[in-house]
Design a protein around this ligand. Structure first.
Ligand SMILES: Cc1ncc(COP(=O)(O)O)c(C=O)c1O
Length: 393
């Protein structure tokens, strides 16, 4: 059964959103540019999607290939890793904001201690894999904690990066708790969600995502895309959403739309209640990376402040006569043949994990989710939404 839900954020105050952070003169992008395999990801126009949505144009920030991974998550994981290791080394970030320099200093320091150093993270998606990749690239070990319902192929993908994967009895929040337990001088936790007393690395993860926003702004400045009137982004704990908000929220700026699985709608519920709220699990979206029950504490203020409060967004996409353009900042769809012609990129589907053991499986029971950091928009209501093939986290 399709569920449709629209939540308009009454707390919108785009002028209050923090600008993208940097570390003095050092911006995450400089570090990213030094990573093996870094290149800006494409922002192609999707005319079929625009036609289906009834808008003038749609651009998709296609993150299906990012530094050797199938998601943008490595932008946050790599920058947070760099900053966590700078702290561990006791050096200024400027001294190690280059991958080769970081690796050289780290190798020497680890040798000096005579003890192995590990990175740790909890994940229900791509973040853990990205941390595992960083550990491998830096010659460290990695301990990645995953929820009990993580599908075998995702675990295998993390293990293929050389990480030790521990399946936690419970959901994503339980995996987070387990990762926090192992933190110590020789086990550095690089989490993309925050909790009481643990806020810096998740903030650095958000900072790391700013590289993607910079790329979008550059593409717009270069005339490769128009200034958008709507930006849509998916939400798990909200770290990515916070980065999108920081990159684009401004008075009279584009409408920001957050998209959540219906059954993992912790930010939508938080917006509705006016306070950060943990929802009961289990969360069962086909997109495991969005199966989160608790918004990130540090991402929450930006999500709460980001969108324009009034007039409320339309319950369908903006009408053709508006001539608006829309940018999907990221989508789990791969641009190309797997995208059904005429698909609506702003509509995603959620099904139980049991239906997604194969990456080619299609949602059997689409649940529309969408939500917003300020305003949540639901899909048109009378016809079933077009299906979009989801790729993993
Ligand atoms: C591709 C992708 N998009 C979105 C998310 C959710 O990001 P966040 O938890 O920062 O909201 C994830 C999480 O793993 C992901 O892998």
């Amino acid at each position: 059964m399709t569920t449709r839900r629209l939540v308009t954020n009454p707390f919108a105050a785009p002028e209050a959103v923090a600008p993208p952070a940097d570390a003095g003169a050092v911006v995450p992008r400089a570090f990213h540019q030094s990573l093996p395999g870094y290149a800006p990801t494409p922002l192609p126009p999707l005319p079929a999607a625009a036609e289906a949505l009834g808008v003038r144009a749609v651009w998709l920030k296609d993150e299906s290939e990012r530094i050797g991974t199938p998601s943008f998550k490595i932008l946050g994981a790599s920058w947070a890793t760099c900053r966590v290791l700078a702290d561990w080394l006791g050096v200024e970030i400027a001294e190690v904001a280059d991958f080769a320099l970081l690796r050289a200093k780290l190798t020497a320091a680890v040798e000096q201690t005579g003890r192995p150093l590990a990175l740790a993270a909890a994940t229900d998606g791509n973040h853990g894999r990205a941390v595992a990749i960083m550990a491998r690239l830096l010659g460290l070990s990695a301990r990645i904690f995953v929820p009990a319902d993580m599908v075998a192929e995702r675990i295998a993908a993390i293990e293929s990066e050389g990480a030790a994967v521990e399946v936690v009895d419970g959901g994503y929040d339980d995996a987070i708790r387990r990762s926090a337990e192992v933190a110590g001088p020789d086990v550095l936790v690089v989490s993309d969600t925050s909790w009481e007393g643990y806020t810096e690395p998740p903030a650095w993860v958000i900072d790391g995502y700013s590289t993607m926003m910079a790329e979008v702004h550059e593409a717009i400045a270069a005339g490769e895309a128009d200034e958008p009137t709507v930006i849509a982004a998916q939400i798990g704990v909200g770290a990515f959403a916070a980065a999108v908000v920081r990159g684009f929220a401004r008075p009279q700026g584009p409408r920001l739309i957050g998209v959540e699985p219906t059954l993992a709608d912790c930010v939508t519920v938080s917006i509705e209640r006016g306070e950060l709220t943990e929802i009961p699990g289990p969360q069962t979206s086909i997109m495991a990376g969005l199966n989160c029950g608790t918004p990130s504490q540090i991402a929450w203020p930006d999500m709460q402040q980001a969108s324009t409060p009034s007039p409320p967004p339309p319950t369908t996409m903006p009408a053709r006569r508006c001539g608006c353009s829309l940018v999907m900042v990221w989508s789990p769809v791969r641009v190309g043949r797997p995208v059904p012609p005429g698909c609506s990129l702003i509509v995603t589907h959620s099904v139980s994990p049991a239906t997604m053991s194969s990456s080619s499986s299609r949602p059997k029971a689409p649940l529309i989710r969408r939500r917003m950091r300020r305003s949540c928009v639901q899909a048109p209501t009378t016809t079933p939404p077009p299906r979009v093939r989801l790729r993993g986290r």
